[in-house]
Design a binder for this molecule. Structure first.
Ligand SMILES: Cc1cc2nc3c(=O)[nH]c(=O)nc-3n(C[C@H](O)[C@H](O)[C@H](O)COP(=O)(O)O)c2cc1C
Length: 221
């Protein structure tokens, strides 16, 4: 990780991002090496950020996927304005990746498949939480969790391992299609190493036509 970024060696910046995520994951130095902030824009034009987990990075097509509640504030903002930005930062490694693009809801089948891989406690949590809405107390949240346990006739999470819970239709993922990515590497004297990559994505009759070739420019620290 100490070498400089070489523009000519990076044909696809998402391969580099993938390498970085894998390297940080392998180092076992942080609980969520795949976390990133996602910025959306609210109805007043104000940016709004929060962390989510990047659950898939498709280097070849050029999108990443995160999962959430489709009634949450972020989803409401993404339904109004699909443009968003994402940021990864691994302080210990002196690395940052800054992305811009737009999101598209994942298909029901992709959502179902991913939901089925989650542990049962998180599946029930997804059913329970009306994410970002006000609740009067933590106790009420616990009661709601119990109501969902009863709904699916689950007595304890331990006993329920392997039980199949369907995905709530208000829960799923977004594919973020990446149009711009800047790779940033910390260097001595704040003389940081930065390369910005861009490409065009066209949407034709609802289907996405993303250029495979990335243009790159080196930018000043
Ligand atoms: C490390 C970390 C990972 C998170 N991952 C997710 C996630 O994958 N999906 C999600 O909906 N919220 C996740 N959250 C919670 C969000 O940051 C946020 O609180 C929540 O999604 C509500 O955001 P909203 O009100 O803007 O919709 C995570 C929080 C942290 C700190």
């Amino acid at each position: 990780m100490n070498t400089n970024l070489r523009k000519a060696n990076i044909l696809n910046p998402l391969d580099t991002l993938d390498d970085w995520i894998n390297e940080v994951t392998a180092s076992n130095t942080q609980p969520n090496p795949n976390c990133m902030s996602i910025a959306t824009v609210d109805s007043n034009g104000c940016p709004n950020t929060r962390m989510v987990l990047c659950k898939e990075l498709n280097n070849d097509e050029g999108y990443l996927t995160f999962y959430t509640n489709y009634s949450s504030i972020k989803s409401e903002e993404l339904e109004n304005n699909s443009k968003c930005s994402a940021l990864f930062h691994w302080d210990k490694f002196g690395l940052q990746a800054r992305l811009k693009g737009f999101v598209k809801r994942c298909s029901d089948s992709k959502n179902d498949e991913y939901f089925s891989t989650r542990d049962i406690g998180s599946q029930i949590g997804a059913w329970t939480s009306d994410q970002s809405k006000e609740i009067e107390s933590l106790e009420k949240m616990g009661e709601s969790y119990q109501i969902i346990m009863d709904k699916f006739q689950i007595k304890s999470l331990e006993e329920a391992k392997g039980v199949n819970i369907p995905r709530p239709d208000f829960w799923g993922g977004y594919d973020m299609w990446i149009e711009e990515i800047e790779l940033w590497k910390n260097q001595k004297n704040r003389f940081h190493d930065r390369i910005k990559f861009t490409r065009k994505i066209r949407i034709k009759n609802g289907s996405i036509d993303a250029e495979k070739r990335w243009n790159s420019v080196r930018i000043q620290p």
